[in-house]
Design a protein around this ligand. Structure first.
Ligand code: SAM
Ligand code: DTB
Ligand code: SF4
Length: 337
């Protein structure tokens, strides 16, 4: 029998130890790409080691999404069914009432979700929108759930209002590498996204930021997205990795399928480069086999969206997810005690 050497790849420069949470290490795009190119078994082994260093690998954090304002969005994001530039048939609906939001949060909590994420199809909220969202955040917090919101770009003032309301996480995705971004969105810049994330970070709200794969990006561009996220200083506490949900009527409705193993690799690389982050196996699970999802958990995913809807598209139902977690001997973080 021959002895096999396991290849390990580490970032070249040292950590900035002054940072409060995720220790920021500089990752070059080349270094991240080299991780992607490791033999699959070596990559997963390294990801597993990093994962086990920082987490109970059998506990999964569950977030339930609710679209509090759907459709009619002024942005031209090519993947999104809610963009007014696309013709996916998502109706422009009014903002939900507070009672409906609280009812949905309570139901999610009863099913085992620990975090409730409220999403709105806005470029950015108005002052009037913010007044309603603040009440929603306060009410969901009062249930004892973690709160998250994703409302688009935020001004200093709006960030401050969310901080005062006690918001736990703000989700704002970088979505892609900077050099691919212009092919999917033209109505706002990459820098706008970075600016919002910086305001959220400075206010002390936990940052949730990730992206989408399977949009036709190259491997180098996929590595570029992960490098951007990992080089935020500190890197996000929560990193959603979405597999593009191809919705008819959107610019990306006919995108080529991403090889599921490349999706698993993306999770593993996110885990290695952002060791302490919750890496979320996000959109696209409805189209994924149990076996691929199990590989994602092995690769270091420790969070997922839970409940039969994402924002406007489907997600596996609660029974299927419970059965999957049972089969894998995993349990929801909120039920861990
Ligand atoms: N409008 C706000 C914004 O864009 O920041 C918040 C809601 S927006 C729908 C939140 C995120 O959902 C996007 O940044 C994108 O990453 C993700 N998303 C939207 N459509 C998707 C799709 N078809 N497949 C995968 N992820 C998607
Ligand atoms: C994230 O990264 N993915 C979620 C959440 N953050 C807001 C949204 C996925 C949306 C998928 C398409 C839809 O359901 O409209
Ligand atoms: Fe609007 Fe957000 Fe969809 Fe872009 S991703 S079209 S900003 S809802």
């Amino acid at each position: 029998m021959t002895t096999q050497t396991v290849q390990f790849l580490r970032p070249s420069k040292s950590a900035d130890s002054a940072k409060p949470s995720g220790i920021a290490q500089r990752w070059s795009v080349d270094e991240v790409e080299a991780l992607f190119k490791l033999p699959f078994a070596d990559l997963l082994y390294q990801a597993q080691q990093v994962h086990r260093e920082h987490f109970d690998v059998n506990a999964v954090q569950l977030s339930t999404l609710l679209s509090i304002k759907s459709g009619g969005c002024t942005e031209d994001c090519g993947y999104c069914p809610q963009s007014a530039f696309n013709s996916a048939g998502v109706e422009d609906q009014e903002m939900l009432k507070l009672e409906a939001v609280v009812k949905a949060a309570r139901a999610a909590q009863q099913k085992g979700a620990g975090r409730f994420c409220m999403g709105a199809a806005w470029r950015e909220p108005s002052d009037a929108d913010m007044a309603s969202v603040v009440k929603m955040v306060e009410a969901v917090r009062d249930l004892g759930m973690e709160t998250c919101a994703t409302l688009g770009m935020l001004s200093e003032e709006h960030v401050e209002q969310l901080r005062e309301a006690g918001l736990d996480y703000y989700n704002h995705n970088l979505d892609s590498a900077p050099d691919f971004y212009g092919e999917i969105i033209t109505t706002r810049d990459y820098q706008d996204r970075l600016d919002t994330l910086e305001r959220v970070r400075r206010a002390g709200i936990n940052v949730c930021s990730g992206g989408i794969v399977g949009m036709g990006e190259s491997l180098t561009q996929r590595a570029g997205l992960i490098a951007q996220l990992a080089n935020l200083n500190p890197y996000p506490e929560s990193v959603p990795i979405n597999n593009l949900v191809k919705v008819e009527g959107t610019a990306m409705g006919n995108a080529a399928d991403l090889d599921p193993l490349d999706f698993v690799r993306t999770i593993a690389v996110a885990r290695i480069t952002m060791p302490k982050a919750r890496v979320r196996l996000s959109a696209g699970r409805q189209q994924m086999s149990d076996a691929v999802q199990a590989l994602c958990f092995l690769a270091g995913a420790n969070s997922m969206f839970y409940g039969e809807r994402l924002l406007t598209t489907g997600n596996p139902d609660v029974e299927r997810d419970r059965a999957l977690l049972d089969k894998l001997g995993m349990y929801p973080l909120a039920e861990k005690m």
